[in-house]
Design a protein around this ligand. Structure first.
Ligand code: C2E
Ligand code: MG
Ligand code: MG
Length: 548
C-alpha cells in the first residue's frame, strides 16, 4: 500500500514538472518570436517543440491541445512585423494553427499506438506459450515481488505432472492439455483466477497469497490425491496422472522470487520418479542437491586423478574352512582425503552415464590383481559388481572378454554380481545376456538376494552360480521366521545345484547359525573388512597358517 502511494506521488510530481516545462517553452518561444521581430522570421516554427513534447508525454489529446495553444499564441495576437506594426493575414495564422494541431494530433496518435503495442507485447510476454489463459513464470515472479513488498504471508505450491509428456506423446495430445486445463480450473477455484501460473507444459504453480478459500491447502491436497488415485479414461485407455507437489512457505530471509519459486521445485524433486505425493521444502534438500552436483562434477575427474582404487573383501568357504575368493569393491578418495562411499557415487554414475568408465576401471584393476596373485601362487576367484547398463550393452562385455583374452586369463576366475533388484526390473533382455555370459565361462551371482521382490519360483529361470543373501536377513537371523526364510533360500538354491553365500556376517552367532542352516560361504566384518591388495595377501597367508 505504502509503495503504491509513493509511486503515485512520484508520478504526479514528474507530471507537474512536465506541465511547467511545456508552459515555460510556449511562453518563452512566444516571447522570443515577438522580440525577434514577429512571425515573418523562421523562429515561429520553434512552437513544434512544445507541441511534439506534449504528444510524447501525454499522447493524442495533449498533442492536439498544445498545437492549438501554440497556434493561438503565434496567431491573431502575434504581429507579422513588430517594428512596422503589421499584423498577420488570418489565412496565415489559421493555416499555421491547423498545422500545429495536426502535428500534435498525429504525433500523439503514433505515440499512443506504439505504447499500446508495447503494452500488448509485454502482456503477451506474461502469458504461458502453451495455455493462453494462464500467466507464466515471469508474471509469477513479479507477483511474488509484490507479495513480498506488501509484507503478506504467502506459499508457493508447485505441481509437476510427471507423466504429461508421455501422455502427450503416446496417448493423446489433446488429453494432456485437457488435464492441465482442468487441474488449473480447480486450483483457481481455491486460490483465485489470477493466482495459478504455468511453467513449461507440465507444471502449474499456485501463489497462495490472499483471497484463498478457507482450508485451501487441505482442499488442494485432496483434489490432487484424487487425480493420482483415479484413472482418466480416454479412447478405451485408462491413464494414471502422476503428480508431484512441492510446497514452500515463504520466510523473510529469501531475497529473489526465482529463489523462492525454486524452493518449491526443489521440494517436489525429493520424491521418487513415479510417486505422487506432497513434499514440503526443507533447507537440507538444497544442501543435499548441491552436494550431489559437486560430487558429480568431481567424479568425472576421479579416474584421471587416480582417486579411485579397488579393495577386496575375502569370501570364506565355511564348509572347508578356506578362502573361496574375494569381492572387488571400488573406493573413491576425493582429493586424496575424503572418502565417498560407492552407495553415494555409483547411483550418480549410473544416472549420468559414467558407470561404464568406473566398471572398466574396476574390472581391469581386478584382472591385473588376480593375475599378479596367480603369479604368487594365490588362486583367488574374484567377483565384481556390475550395473545393468554395462551388461545390457555389448560394449562392456566385449571389452571385458578382449581384456581377459589379452591377459591370457581364465574367465571362470571372474564373477559378475548382479543385484536381484536389477534382475527384477529388467527381466528378459538381462536374462538373455546372463545366459550369454555364462556360456562364455564367467561365474554369475545374484547380489542382495531377498530384497528385489523376485519370487523364489522365478529364481529357477535365472542363470546363475551363486546366491548372495542380503545382510538384511543376516542381521535378523536370530529371529525364527527370518532363519526359516534363510533356510528356505539355501535349500532351494541347493536343489538347483547353486552355491549360497551370506553377506555382512559380523558375529560368531550369525556364523554358527549359518553353518547350521548349511550355508556354503560367508563374507563380512567377522572375518575381514574389504582390504587393500597387500593387506589381502597378509590375510590370505594368516588364514592359511591358522587353518594348518
Ligand atoms: P554390495 O555389492 O552388496 O557390497 C557389500 C557391501 O557391504 C560393501 O559396501 C561392503 O563393504 C559391505 N560389507 C561387507 N561386509 C560387511 C559387514 O559385515 N558389515 C557391514 N556393515 N557392511 C559390510 P560398500 O563397499 O560400501 O559397497 C556398497 C555397494 O556399492 C555394494 O553393495 C555395491 O552394490 C556397490 N558397489 C561397490 N563397488 C562397486 C563397483 O565397483 N561397481 C558397482 N557397479 N557397484 C559397486
Ligand atoms: Mg556385491
Ligand atoms: Mg550385496
Amino acid at each position: 500500500m505504502n509503495s503504491t502511494v509513493k509511486r503515485m506521488n512520484r508520478n504526479s510530481s514528474t507530471n507537474l514538472i512536465k506541465i511547467l516545462l511545456i508552459c515555460f517553452l510556449i511562453i518563452a518561444i512566444s516571447f522570443f518570436v515577438y522580440i525577434t521581430g514577429g512571425t515573418k522570421k523562421v523562429f515561429v516554427h520553434l512552437m513544434y517543440i512544445p507541441t511534439i513534447l506534449s504528444s510524447l508525454f501525454w499522447g493524442t489529446y495533449a498533442g492536439l491541445a498544445a498545437g492549438i495553444v501554440c497556434g493561438i499564441l503565434a496567431g491573431p495576437f502575434m504581429p507579422l512585423d513588430v517594428s512596422l506594426g503589421i499584423m498577420q493575414d488570418p489565412i496565415n495564422w489559421i493555416s499555421r494553427l491547423i498545422m500545429f494541431s495536426l502535428i500534435g494530433l498525429l504525433t500523439g496518435y503514433m505515440i499512443d499506438r506504439i505504447n499500446r503495442l508495447n503494452k500488448e507485447k509485454q502482456e503477451r510476454n506474461l502469458i504461458s506459450p502453451f495455455y493462453n489463459h494462464l500467466p507464466n513464470e515471469k508474471k509469477l515472479f513479479s507477483d511474488i515481488e509484490n507479495c513480498i513488498k506488501s509484507g503478506k504471508q504467502f506459499k508457493i505450491i508447485s505441481i509437476k505432472i510427471t507423466n504429461l509428456n508421455e501422455i502427450e506423446k503416446y496417448v493423446d495430445n489433446k488429453l494432456a492439455f485437457d488435464i492441465v486445463d482442468d487441474l488449473a480450473k480447480k486450483l483457481m477455484h481455491y486460490c483465485g483466477e489470477k493466482r495459478v501460473y504455468s511453467h513449461e507444459k507440465d507444471e502449474l504453480i499456485v501463489l497462495a497469497c490472499e483471497n484463498c478459500v478457507e482450508g485451501y491447502e487441505e482442499k488442494i491436497k485432496k483434489e490432487l490425491d484424487h487425480y493420482s488415485s483415479f484413472p482418466v479414461s480416454t479412447n478405451g485407455y485408462k491413464i494414471r496422472v502422476s503428480l508431484k507437489v512441492g510446497v514452500y512457505v515463504h520466510q523473510d530471509e529469501d531475497n529473489s522470487p526465482i529463489e523462492i519459486y525454486n524452493k518449491s521445485r526443489i521440494a517436489y524433486e525429493q520424491g521418487e520418479v513415479n510417486e505422487s505425493d506432497v513434499y514440503y521444502y526443507d533447507d537440507s534438500f538444497k544442501d543435499k542437491r548441491r552436494e550431489i552436483q559437486d560430487i558429480t562434477g568431481a567424479m568425472l575427474e576421479s579416474i584421471n586423478r587416480n582417486e579411485l582404487f579397488v579393495v577386496y573383501q575375502p569370501k570364506i568357504d565355511i564348509v572347508n574352512n578356506k578362502i573361496s575368493g574375494a569381492e572387488a569393491l571400488v573406493r573413491w578418495k576425493r582429493n586424496g582425503k575424503n572418502f565417498i562411499g560407492p552407495n553415494i557415487f555409483i547411483p550418480i554414475a549410473e544416472e549420468i552415464g559414467f558407470i561404464d568408465k568406473i566398471s572398466k576401471f574396476v574390472f581391469s584393476s581386478v584382472v591385473s590383481q588376480v593375475e599378479i596373485w596367480k603369479s604368487k601362487n594365490m588362486n583367488i576367484k574374484c567377483s565384481v559388481n556390475t550395473s545393468v547398463k554395462d551388461l545390457i550393452h555389448d560394449e562392456y562385455t566385449l571389452w571385458a572378454s578382449d581384456l581377459i583374452t589379452g591377459k591370457n586369463a581364465n574367465r571362470s576366475d571372474y564373477e559378475f554380481e548382479i543385484t536381484e533388484r536389477q534382475i527384477a526390473y529388467n527381466d528378459k533382455k538381462l536374462i538373455e545376456k546372463m545366459h550369454y555370459l555364462k556360456g562364455l565361462g564367467y561365474q554369475l551371482s545374484i547380489d542382495d538376494f531377498g530384497t528385489g521382490y523376485n519370487s523364489l519360483m522365478s529364481v529357477g529361470e535365472i542363470p546363475f552360480d551363486k546366491l548372495k543373501i542380503d545382510k538384511y536377513f543376516i542381521d535378523r537371523i536370530d529371529k525364527t521366521e527370518i532363519a526359516e526364510l534363510v533356510r528356505l533360500f539355501i535349500e532351494y538354491a541347493h536343489t538347483l545345484g547353486k552355491t549360497v553365500i551370506a553377506e555382512g556376517v559380523e558375529t560368531e552367532e550369525q556364523l554358527n547359525k549359518l553353518r547350521k542352516l548349511k550355508c556354503d560361504e560367508v563374507q563380512g566384518y567377522y572375518f575381514s573388512k574389504p582390504l587393500l591388495p597387500e593387506e589381502f595377501e597378509a590375510f590370505y597367508i594368516e588364514f592359511d597358517k591358522a587353518d594348518k
